[in-house]
Design a binder for this molecule. Structure first.
Ligand code: SDX
Length: 430
């Protein structure tokens, strides 16, 4: 990035010149790294609405234009012309692979999709009705108990192996969490299947009969993985980076990312959104819920709407909406009431002054649940699918941070508004 003009801060009778750094795309940033040491003040930005936590070359979002690029390539082009493992290569290594590089990468991923057989016993410790995200946090974190030969973060070879293992094994663990919740036997990965087909096979096949993956369904699944692969410094990615900044091993960092993604304000919104659409139930009840979403005294929010960065249509939601019609037709689901409610809700909300003035548009989670439900997944599997898709983004951002010579432990400060210094008061004096 280029250093150009400076920003001047005038505080307590003194002027401080702060460097302004210019990016490839997006807003300039004011470099405040020396602010505290020179001016003795902190900046204050709860929720980091105006704060860049790092520099990165991986993903760019233009919230006003509704643009999303992975390594400079627009998401619409990747969703239409690429496939998930090629996108994984792009996110991890920065360039689209040559044919030989792609074959080699896909082979490496395929060869790591099985998990250590003893990991099967971890699942026994969970109740069958556990949320699969709880299981995933536990089992992915436990990978560091099995793959000791890839937890030295200072060894680039081990960082690479850990990255491949995570991209390859998290879908297997997600499918195992699903099978465990059903009381069905785990299904081993199949090396002859592509990544998306393998995941569908591990989720939906049973030993009692053959299961053939519908290629069109696999393509829709693969596109969903691509749309969720990375999204710059969102809450879960920032969690992975902060955990990684302490030197924690990659499996622990990804488990932390999964835990953060689970929240309904973040990756848990896809499950919450479908449950909301079901609760609305019919088009005539939409005004009631719109009114609740606008009521400051009601904590209800329209799940799948709004975004910290996008103040325009989330480009992923556009692709997802097109895919919803395609998948529902494929699955023979016509006049799906949930989709009818979603489309009408989107139409009404986008004409409503409250949503227009606050620039609240459907986000990636608004339509994804409708597709996943049509594919046969329960709502509890929606966020695990988001997590397995985002694993490549998390690990790419983690690798970028670890390899950055500027990398140091993340340690924000605070605005202390608690009690002033005071002396201890013995019990008999209180
Ligand atoms: C993801 O960061 C990422 O990139 C995340 C993600 C990724 O790929 O990693 O894109 C994935 O998490 C998508 C977001 C999924 N979450 C939801 O759909 C949950 C519903 N949305 C909201 O909770 C909210 O919009 C957030 C959390 C997504 C964004 O919140 P912000 O940026 O903190 O915005 P805000 O809460 O300050 O809202 C601004 C205003 C507020 O009103 P005022 O206080 O200004 O009067 O808009 C209102 C909010 O009350 N508002 C909503 C709303 N979202 C915001 N009102 C009703 N319904 C909503 N959904």
């Amino acid at each position: 990035m280029a250093e150009g003009n400076t920003a001047r801060l005038h505080h307590a009778g003194k002027d401080y010149d702060l460097a302004v750094l210019s990016p490839t795309a997006g807003p300039d940033v004011v470099d405040i790294r020396k602010l505290y040491s020179e001016a003795g003040v902190f900046t204050y930005d709860p929720g980091f609405t105006s704060t860049a936590s790092c520099d990165s070359t991986i993903t760019y979002i233009d919230g006003d234009k509704g643009e999303l690029w992975y390594r400079g390539y627009p998401i619409e082009q990747l969703a239409a012309q690429s496939h998930y493992l090629e996108v994984c290569y792009l996110l991890l290594y920065g360039e689209l692979p040559t044919p030989d590089q792609l074959v080699d990468f896909e082979t490496r991923i395929t060869r790591h999709t099985m998990v250590h057989e003893q990991m099967h016993y971890f699942f026994r410790g969970f109740r069958r009705d556990s949320h699969p995200m709880a299981t995933m946090v536990g089992v992915v974190g436990a990978m560091s108990a099995f793959y000791h030969d890839s937890i030295d973060i200072n060894d680039p070879v081990q960082r690479e192996i850990a990255s491949i293992r995570l991209i390859a094994k998290v879908p297997t663990i997600a499918a195992m969490a699903y099978k465990y919740s059903l009381g069905q036997p785990f299904v081993y990965p199949r090396n002859e299947l592509d990544y998306a087909s393998n995941f569908l096979h591990m989720c939906f096949s049973v030993p009692a009969e053959p299961y053939n993956v519908d290629p069109a369904l696999a393509r829709a699944m693969d596109r969903i993985f691509t749309l969720h692969a990375d999204h710059e410094q969102n809450a879960s990615t920032s969690t992975v980076r902060l955990a990684g900044s302490s030197g924690a091993n990659p499996f622990a960092c990804i488990a932390a990312g999964i835990a953060c993604l689970w929240g309904p304000a973040h990756g848990g919104a896809n499950q919450a959104c479908l449950e909301m659409l079901r609760q609305i139930g019919s088009v005539d009840r939409i005004p009631e819920f719109i009114a609740r979403a606008k009521d400051k005294n009601d904590p209800f929010r329209l799940m799948g709407f709004g975004h910290r960065v996008y103040k325009n249509f989330d480009p992923r939601a556009k692709v997802m909406k097109e895919s919803a019609d395609e998948v529902l037709d494929l699955m023979g689901v016509h006049n799906n009431p949930t989709l009818q409610v979603a489309k009408e809700l989107e139409k009404i909300a986008r004409e409503d002054e409250y949503f227009v003035s606050k620039k609240l548009y459907p986000n990636v989670d608004f339509y994804s649940g409708i597709i996943l439900e049509a594919m046969g997944f329960p709502t509890s599997m929606f966020t695990p699918i988001f997590a397995l898709s985002r694993t490549v983004g998390w690990i790419s951002q983690w690798k970028e941070m670890i390899a950055d010579p500027q990398n140091k432990i993340g340690r924000p400060r605070q605005l202390y508004i608690g009690a002033p210094r005071r002396d201890y008061k013995p019990l008999d004096a209180r």
